[in-house]
Write a protein that binds this ligand. Structure first.
Ligand code: PLP
Length: 372
């Protein structure tokens, strides 16, 4: 990998020690024979897939899970030996490459299996997906499951290595729907002629909140590996502390004193009431600082100050309590002195979930890695 020099001061700082701590705390919390699958899809929830995977493996993860074939191939370049599972759809045309690269695929259709041509000397590992209530990919009945299983078994070179499901409401207090999903999963898994090597169902919320029998023999550790709780409810019940890994920083690039009657930004929506120092920071909606974040506070000199006016594509403006110097550090997400702006605070401001926040920080923002 080449290390590129970045001249623009805007950067996401990824604390790999926090990721390692979150994984090793989970490892201590789990029974020793339960595998940790680090979920590093979507460029590790926007944190950077290779470095996060490396940290997670160092701290005890023994499998990687991604969403797409391209994500799996990218990681395979860096990790020749680790097990990689694609949780989402793979086209039939990818099967041969997957076998060659030892990438495990999710399967849920007998038609898909019938179309696959595989070299018996290069077996392809499959995980059967059971849809117990998400309404997306996965088989839904015992008949469908057994038909799929038989089709796989009939075909030389295909191996049923795993079976799994995904829960829709594991992060909520009311567990009535969750229990229905668990019952259905158990019923379908038990109907199989042979129990696959890896049975897995737990996302973060399930592994942290629910009965440990639901860890089966592997858990899929996503959001809390990055130090974020799956929901506000889970946040109040965490069995061990988690540490946010993602910060977003930049620097002041301009400061000016504006007078009453002057305004800031497109549409001149922010009108200066009294004279005010206005700082410009080089981050905008093309970096993922979406326009809805106008009004969101940032940290400078340990103090909270608001983003004012409309956010531009590449820059935005903040109201300053004093004439700070060019180059003064501005933290959009993270800690300064005793103040912290969390990803959860952004999520609330833009009325979404914390998962979405680091994902929408675009590739233009370099990820810089903090290690000890
Ligand atoms: C993304 C994903 C996960 C991880 O979920 P978290 O809530 O982030 O732990 C687990 N399983 C599947 C199938 C997923 O798509």
């Amino acid at each position: 990998m080449t290390t590129q020099t970045h001249y623009r001061p805007t950067q996401a700082i990824i604390n790999l020690e926090a990721i390692k701590e979150n994984v090793s705390n989970l490892k201590k919390f789990l029974k020793p024979d339960i595998k940790i699958m680090a979920v590093v899809k979507a460029n590790a929830y926007g944190h950077g897939d290779v470095k996060v995977a490396e940290a997670a493996i160092e701290a005890g993860a023994t499998m990687l899970a991604v969403a797409t074939p391209d994500e799996a191939l990218h990681l395979r370049n860096f990790f020749p030996n680790i097990q990689i599972l694609i949780l989402g759809y793979s086209p039939v045309s990818f099967a041969e490459v997957a076998a060659k690269e030892n990438i495990s695929l999710t399967v849920y259709s007998s038609d898909w299996v019938k179309q696959v041509a595989i070299d018996v000397n290069l077996p392809l590992k499959l995980h059967i997906k059971i849809d117990t209530g998400m309404g997306r990919i996965g088989v839904t009945t015992i008949e469908e499951l057994l038909d799929l299983y038989e089709n796989i078994e009939k075909k030389n070179g295909l191996i049923v290595d795993g079976v799994f499901t995904h829960f829709a409401t594991a992060d909520e207090e009311d567990d009535s729907y969750f229990i229905k999903q668990v019952d259905k999963f158990n019923k379908l898994v038990e109907s199989l002629p042979k129990r696959p090597r890896i049975v897995h169902a737990a996302n973060t919320a399930t592994m942290l909140m629910k009965d440990p029998t639901l860890h089966f023999n592997a858990v899929r550790f996503g959001i809390s590996m990055y130090g974020l709780a799956p929901s506000q409810y889970v946040k109040t019940k965490l069995p061990f502390p988690i540490k946010q890994a993602f910060s977003l920083e930049t620097e002041l690039v301009a400061v000016k004193l504006l007078q009453k009657g002057e305004s800031v930004g497109y549409g001149a929506t922010y009108k200066v009431e009294d004279e005010v120092y206005v700082g410009t920071i080089p981050i905008g909606y093309a970096d993922g600082l979406i326009r809805k974040l106008s009004g969101q506070e940032v940290l400078i000199d340990g103090k909270r100050v608001p983003i004012i006016g409309r956010i531009c594509m590449d820059q935005c403006m903040i109201a300053l309590p004093a004439a700070y110097n060019i180059g003064e550090k501005v933290t959009l997400i993270g800690i300064q002195n005793n103040e912290e702006i969390t990803i959860d605070e952004w999520a609330e401001k833009v009325e979404t979930i914390n998962y979405e926040v680091p994902c929408i920080i675009t590739a233009r923002v370099p990820r810089i890695y903090l290690t000890k």
